[in-house]
Design a protein around this ligand. Structure first.
Ligand SMILES: Nc1ncnc2c1ncn2[C@@H]1O[C@H](COP(=O)(O)OP(=O)(O)OP(=O)(O)O)[C@@H](O)[C@H]1O
Length: 304
């Protein structure tokens, strides 16, 4: 197991920012670390990279405890912080050479050339960092995080503020990196998690609310599955609610459209058809709806 977190808590003065979270991440996996603003994502990632100490609980990276073996942890982990601090007046190549020296990266020249290519920095590599767009600065941060070829890559909101093209490229890169390394990245963009993660950990107000493979998370919420039906005329919602397997009814967006919220495993398609015939209605649409990861996330992290 390359990342192991057990009952981690963190207090900032009186505030409990992390309230006993535990999770694991394995090599060859992209783990999405999801949560609304202030959930505790950055706090967790800083503890994992040895930049912050926990109040209680344990965490280890590549088999090294973050408290007792922080140097070995830093050697095993590549970290892209949320506000990627770069020296703006340095040139890209110069900056990476400087970072490589600081980390005693062997054969730095070749390594830097490989990473400039890998992170798509080629066209911009001759520029000063201050002259780069946000997306290219993120690439410099990624290249830096990868310099010492770490087993574990920890990226704090690596895609925030990128345009759609840059977003697609960085996501592809993260996915590729996930094949060889353990990648943990934080985001509050649900579609991103759906697009590139194998697994998702969701935290909310310092507590873990889900830790599942993407498909399992969706399956877990299937108790809330619904069927959208549309007739040519109004139906009586109270009669529809009588159908076996229906938990409740809500109105659809267009007239004569109803959303039937179903019990887990219920299949009521035939019953809806018979209902239409018995009530002399014409059935125009019948479509099953499944919750997206976004809806699952909202359901799990709703205030209150
Ligand atoms: N240095 C600090 N001192 C006091 N409170 C802090 C400190 N850092 C974070 N917090 C608080 O701890 C909680 C968790 O913050 P954290 O930055 O880990 O959340 P996050 O999930 O990364 O949020 P975001 O998505 O907004 O970046 C927040 O309520 C925040 O205000």
């Amino acid at each position: 197991m390359s990342v192991q977190v057990d009952s981690l808590t963190k207090r900032y003065g009186k505030q409990l920012a992390l309230d006993g979270i535990s999770f694991r991440a394995e090599p060859g996996q992209v783990l999405g670390f999801l949560g609304p603003n202030g959930a505790g994502k950055t706090t967790t990632l800083k503890i994992l990279t040895g930049y912050l100490s926990q109040s209680s609980g344990t965490a280890s990276v590549a088999g090294y405890d973050v408290t007792t073996h922080s140097l070995a942890v830093r050697r095993s982990v590549g970290y892209l912080p949320e506000h990627n601090p770069l020296y703006k007046d340095m040139y890209v190549r110069e900056y990476l050479q400087f970072a490589a020296r600081a980390n005693r990266v062997p054969d730095a020249r070749t390594r830097i050339a490989t990473l400039i290519d890998r992170t798509g920095l080629g066209r911009e590599a001759h520029k000063q960092i201050g002259a780069l767009s946000k997306g290219y600065r993120q690439r410099v941060g990624l290249a830096q995080a990868l310099l010492h070829d770490p087993q574990v890559l920890i990226l704090d909101e690596p895609t925030s503020g990128l345009d759609p093209n840059q977003l697609a490229e960085i996501r592809t890169l993260i996915q590729e990196l996930g094949r060889e390394k353990t990648v943990i990245f934080s985001t509050h963009i649900m579609q991103e998690v759906q697009a590139i993660c194998d697994r998702v950990v969701i935290i909310d107000r310092g507590r873990l609310v889900a830790d599942d493979p993407i498909e399992r998370l969706q399956r877990r919420m299937r108790g809330e599955r619904s069927l959208l039906v549309e007739f040519d005329r109004s139906a009586e919602p109270a009669d529809l609610a009588q159908l076996d397997g229906v938990q409740r009814i809500s109105a659809g967006r267009s007239p004569h459209t109803y959303r039937l919220h179903l019990r887990e495993g219920a299949d009521i398609r035939a019953a809806v058809f018979h209902f239409a015939v018995a009530n002399q209605l014409t059935l125009l649409t019948m479509s099953p709806e499944e919750l997206s990861v976004e809806e699952v996330f909202r359901a799990l992290t709703a205030p209150g």
